[in-house]
Design a protein around this ligand. Structure first.
Ligand code: 5GP
Length: 225
């Protein structure tokens, strides 16, 4: 009766560093098996919790610039002195397989994706307060004080841009935040603009047959008697 789009959706998730977005996305990937997280390429230093090839593809600045010239990226940016980019290759493949793709990128990248894929879903994950944000940035322990201040200012600027997104999820309680993001993705699947075709061309006789089966007629008779 209704044919809905089978292709996956692009979900852009942005959040300032220190908002706990990593935990939200990890929880979401465990809960919803139809999601694939795009692995970005970056020229930043590897942190303690990073797994090369899983959290990021780590390359030198020179290698990144070579990949820019080779048109490897769907979008890329320079964020607090390091390159970050989304490789094009695997995304199309996953979407065609009906798998949803998460791009975990900052706001400039998100606004570039909006131009390229306007139907993408844009979700912003917000820390519960600036105090919590600072605490989380400091707790990481791998960035210098200068970098923490730089990241705080970048985060402050990003929070101001929240109105450009479709959804905002406050990460106060991790489980609730994961459930909310999952619910957003599932609701988006029901959007009317994901309907490709509605076929209501049933013939009069078929409608009559659908309504007038023996049980229905007998029930009608017994009610009247
Ligand atoms: P971090 O260094 O904390 O892992 O990431 C810094 C920022 O870069 C985060 O806001 C993250 O979402 C963003 N980011 C990660 N990968 C990409 C990407 O491929 N493109 C863009 N535009 N931003 C990215």
């Amino acid at each position: 009766m209704i044919k809905q789009k089978k292709t996956g959706q692009v979900i852009v998730i942005s959040a300032p560093s220190g908002s706990g977005k990593g935990s939200v996305i990890n929880g979401l990937l465990k809960k919803n098996k139809n999601i694939w997280l795009s692995v970005s390429t970056t020229s930043r230093n590897i942190r303690e919790n990073d797994i090369p090839g899983v959290t990021y593809n780590f390359v030198s600045k020179e290698e990144f610039e070579k990949e820019i010239k080779e048109n490897v990226f769907l979008e890329y940016t320079n964020y607090v002195g390091n390159y970050y980019g989304t490789p094009k290759g695997p995304i199309k493949e996953k979407l065609e397989q009906g798998i949803d793709v998460i791009l975990e990128i900052e706001i400039e990248g998100a606004s570039n994706i909006k131009k390229l894929i306007p139907e993408a879903i844009f979700i912003f994950i917000m820390p519960p307060s600036l105090k919590v944000l600072v605490k989380r940035l400091k707790k990481r322990g791998t960035d210098s004080n200068e970098k923490i201040i730089e990241r705080f200012h970048a985060a402050y600027k990003e929070i101001n841009e929240v109105s450009k997104y479709n959804y905002v999820v406050i990460n106060d309680n991790l489980e609730e935040a994961i459930d909310k993001v999952d619910a957003i993705i599932k609701s988006e699947k029901c959007r009317v603009d994901r309907i490709e075709e509605v076929f209501l061309d049933t013939k009069e006789e078929e409608i009559h047959e659908l309504l007038m089966d023996e049980e229905f007629i007998n029930e009608g008779l017994s009610e009247r008697m």
